[in-house]
Ligand binder design. Structure first.
Ligand code: GLY
Length: 375
């Protein structure tokens, strides 16, 4: 957290802003954005993973509400979507992102994030960053003040310190620590019983804890992605995460990798992802989706094209169910330059939604599954 942007100020900003906003997750009357909407050919729109319309960190706005309000007030689109995800990064209730994110196998919270600014053609990311609650802001600094696109681990932390961010010893909350302790208790105390079995054993224990309702299924590989477009057609996006719960220390997922967990091209649109990051890194799926948008596919068809690619490339029996289909999920949030959008996944289902905010207010819309529904 920067010294000039601490948690209290973020809350206060959100609360004050919410007083002025006329949009709400309740579907309240839209604020007067008609002028902004009519200026260009694009319809101002913000989309995010489902948590983008759930968590408020004690304030009045969700991620998509804040980002949409800021965009229609004229803010830079990247500043707006990052301000949106900051709410979720700071909220201790979301155990998939930022403060209180589920830690790695050693109990250390490590965070990944990247962001892309469509019109400026700038991008920045941080991976395996420890001690900074809002890694998306550090990713934005990487884009703005360095010649690089990705900083990792200690170097990323040193960079953050030099940029004025507060570095904390531990980003665990009581809840994330208790869940880690339970996972640790259930796995071999030496943790690497047989190297070839370790990843699978840890994953099975984690999935059992999901099945028991101890962990939100969306928080096991949890993440937030948020993408926005303004009336001028400026497209920006950000993805931020604590990554896979109880990962091998040093594991980096798709979220900070340009083209994997996020891709933005101002000429076409934006795509970002939550779910099994390894599938996105292997297939560079967000990049593929944006290329499909460029070819003229709709957001839904572009997302489905990437999901089909993932299915085709998933042949390891360990990753297949008895029906021969992937035994994991990947979600995509796709926004084209006009403001059209879609949420798609390998598996949909009644509780799988993505967040959208337009002049109609914030909504949670169903995610469509390529392979049908699965709980
Ligand atoms: N998609 C988040 C991760 O795999 O780290």
């Amino acid at each position: 957290m920067t010294k000039d942007l601490n948690r209290r100020e973020v809350l206060a900003a959100g609360t004050a802003a919410a007083g002025a906003a006329l949009v709400g997750s309740s579907g309240a009357k839209a604020r007067p954005v008609a002028a902004a909407i009519q200026r260009g050919g694009s319809k101002p729109t913000v989309i995010a993973s489902g948590n983008g319309n759930i968590y408020k960190n004690g304030g009045d706005e969700t991620c998509v509400e804040r980002a949409f309000r800021m965009i229609t007030e004229g803010a830079d689109v990247l500043d707006a979507v990052i301000a949106g995800v900051n709410i979720v990064e700071l909220d201790p209730e979301d155990t998939s992102v930022g403060f209180g994110g589920l830690p790695d196998a050693d109990g250390v919270v490590t965070l990944d994030s990247c962001c892309m600014h469509g019109p400026k053609k700038r991008a920045g990311g941080v991976a395996c960053l420890k001690g900074v609650r809002m890694p998306s802001l550090v990713a934005q600094k990487v884009a703005d003040v360095t010649d690089h696109h990705l900083l990792v681990d200690e170097g990323a932390q040193r960079f953050a310190r030099n940029m004025g961010f507060d570095i904390e010893d531990d980003l665990n909350t009581d809840r994330s620590r208790a869940l880690w302790l339970e996972w640790k208790r259930r796995t071999d105390s030496r943790h690497y019983p047989r190297p070839e079995d370790r990843a699978d054993a840890g994953r099975k224990v984690g999935l059992a804890m999901v099945a028991e309702g101890k962990i939100d299924p969306d928080h096991f590989y949890g993440t937030i992605n948020c993408n926005g477009v303004n009336a001028e057609g400026d497209v920006c996006g950000v993805t931020t995460t604590s990554g896979l719960a109880w990962k091998i220390p040093g594991r980096v997922g798709d979220s900070p990798i340009l083209g994997a967990g996020l891709y933005v091209d101002n000429a076409a649109g934006a795509a970002g992802s939550t779910g099994r990051g390894e599938a996105n890194i292997y297939n560079l799926a967000s990049y593929l989706i944006v290329e499909k948008l460029r070819e003229g596919l709709s957001p839904k068809d572009a997302g489905m094209a990437a999901l089909n690619r993932i299915v085709d490339n998933t042949i390891d029996p360990r990753l297949l169910g008895e029906d021969g289909k992937p035994n994991f999920n990947v979600n995509f949030y796709v926004l084209d330059k006009s403001g059209a959008h879609a949420g798609v996944a390998l598996y949909g289902g009644p509780r799988r939604t993505y967040a959208v905010c337009t002049e109609n207010g914030a909504e949670s819309l169903p995610i469509e599954g390529l392979l049908g529904d699965r709980s």
